[in-house]
Design a protein around this ligand. Structure first.
Ligand code: SF4
Length: 236
């Protein structure tokens, strides 16, 4: 999967009217403006995990926990040459598999999850990733975030909003949610983002978190959302 076509620098939102009192805007109006700006800044945002099918995306997403997408892509390049089907993963030698995914961290737990999940795929789902939230949540190591990634990106099914570390941070900074639990953040986001935008909104927010609104030092002068943001973390 190709990486997103993004604009890493998108300074003053030239084609939008600057907002003077963002704090006073009703949340749905502010969210609409945020969506328009993100759409303009990241028109082709996609998942950064390289994959060619839902199985590969499922494996990559499990590997991406506490790891960068870049590192995951380095590890999955040879991995996907060797393991092509769910059965290949399910019956892999766990010790050998641990060594192969070690650079992604938490390799023992991830090996257990991937081998366990793919075994269930073979035994219950004909070797294919299921297309439902319920089916995906049955797989070991798969929680709502991973299920949303697979459903949204691999199948185009808008099951919810992916809430990863970037989405959590940006939801707080942009005051789209004041919750700490990812499930509650997702619940807040799906109330203010139209369903047709759930999939792309996650990708756009993730790219914005990576490129501009970074955890330690957000690049607020380059941010297209600057006038819509009143976070205490702002650097301008
Ligand atoms: S904290 Fe800065 S970079 Fe992040 S959304 Fe607000 S203005 Fe943009």
């Amino acid at each position: 999967m190709a990486e997103a076509a993004v604009h890493p620098k998108f300074p003053v939102p030239f084609r939008f009217t600057r907002v003077k009192h963002a704090r006073k805007l009703p949340i749905k109006i502010r969210a609409k403006k945020i969506l328009e700006r993100l759409e303009h800044a990241y028109p082709a945002a996609q998942c950064a995990l390289r994959h060619e099918n839902p199985l590969q995306l499922l494996v990559s997403t499990i590997l991406s926990a506490q790891c960068t997408d870049e590192r995951v892509n380095q590890v999955t390049q040879p991995l996907f040459q060797k393991y092509k089907t769910a059965a290949d993963f399910a019956y892999a030698d766990p010790r050998e598999f641990e060594k192969e995914i070690r650079p992604t961290g938490f390799f023992r737990a991830k090996t257990k999850s991937i081998l366990g999940a793919t075994k269930l795929l073979v035994e219950k789902f004909g070797g294919e990733a299921p297309r439902t939230m319920e089916g995906l949540l049955e797989l070991p190591g798969v929680a709502r975030k991973t299920a949303n990634v697979v459903l949204g990106t691999a199948f185009g099914i808008a099951s919810g909003v992916v809430v990863d570390t970037h989405v959590m941070r940006l939801s707080h900074r942009l005051d789209l949610s004041r919750e700490d639990d990812p499930k509650k953040i997702e619940r807040d986001l799906i109330q203010i983002v139209p369903k047709s935008k759930w999939i792309v909104f996650s990708h756009q927010l993730i790219w914005h978190g990576r490129l501009v609104c970074q955890a330690r030092k957000p690049k607020c002068p380059d941010c297209p959302l600057e006038d819509l943001c009143y976070s205490k973390d702002k650097t301008v």
